[in-house]
Ligand binder design. Structure first.
Ligand code: AMP
Length: 221
């Protein structure tokens, strides 16, 4: 089982993705998290990627594409790919690689959310030290943290540096909502493909978390 998930930063992609991942026991392959691991480990790749990430820009394709394809190829359990592809070029390169390796894609999920709502949600987002996908957001009543602790496990919370920088958020959304060459172009590439062999599932990110979850579960076999 292999799944691709799209959604702007702040759309609940982590929450819904975790649900799909757990249902099938998939590896969660998240390009942003792979970069953060490299940065934390002080690797050469991490040092190169850091400046782009802090500005909210895309890390260049010659670094990103081989890095992600390499992790995908190493997956034994099937994958949920999150944060990649983020551009039309990446969408095409991924499709080529899957075709070449004879890897089937089963589902493509898109979470739709207007830009202004996504931005407010990002600024309220808090990260749990134990699990970054534990939902905590000071701006969303259903998932308000427990004081300054994670509402799921009580872990300490922090904010991502690039989440508190409005310029960086706008930059990330400029890329996401760009229908010509950006992430929406990648979404449309997969949405409009006639012979892809996968099911395309659209989720309304403005609905409540539980409602979205239930709809998603009803769409996954
Ligand atoms: P995320 O955690 O998905 O918000 O990713 C954090 C940052 O990592 C992004 O703002 C980009 O700088 C970089 N990044 C993540 N995925 C990609 C990608 N597919 N292509 C280029 N850069 C990426």
């Amino acid at each position: 089982m292999n799944i691709l998930i799209f959604g702007p930063n702040g759309s609940g992609k982590g929450t819904q993705g975790t649900l799909a991942k757990d249902k099938y026991g998939l590896d969660h392959i998240e390009s942003g998290a792979i970069f953060r691991k490299h940065i934390g480990g002080g690797t050469e790749l991490g040092m190169k990627a850091k400046e782009y990430i802090n500005r909210g820009e895309l890390v260049p394709d010659d670094i990103t594409i081989p890095m992600v394809l390499d992790v995908l190829q190493g997956s034994k359990n099937g994958w949920l790919l999150d944060g990649f592809p983020r551009s039309l070029v990446q969408a095409e390169k991924l499709w080529e690689a899957l075709q070449k390796d004879g890897v089937a894609l089963d589902y493509v999920i898109e979470i739709k959310l207007p830009r202004e709502i996504a931005k407010a949600r990002i600024m309220g987002r808090r990260l749990c030290e134990n699990n970054p996908n534990h939902p905590n957001n000071v701006g969303i009543p259903a998932i308000t943290p427990d004081g300054d602790k994670c509402r799921v496990c009580g872990g300490a919370l922090s904010s991502r540096q690039d989440d508190q920088d409005e310029g960086a958020i706008d930059q990330r959304h400029n890329i996401y909502y760009d229908e010509k060459t950006g992430t929406m172009a990648a979404v449309n590439f997969y949405k409009n493909k006639k012979d892809g062999g996968y099911k395309f599932i659209e989720l309304d990110g403005e609905k409540g978390i539980t409602e979205i979850k239930e709809y998603l579960m009803s769409q996954l076999a």
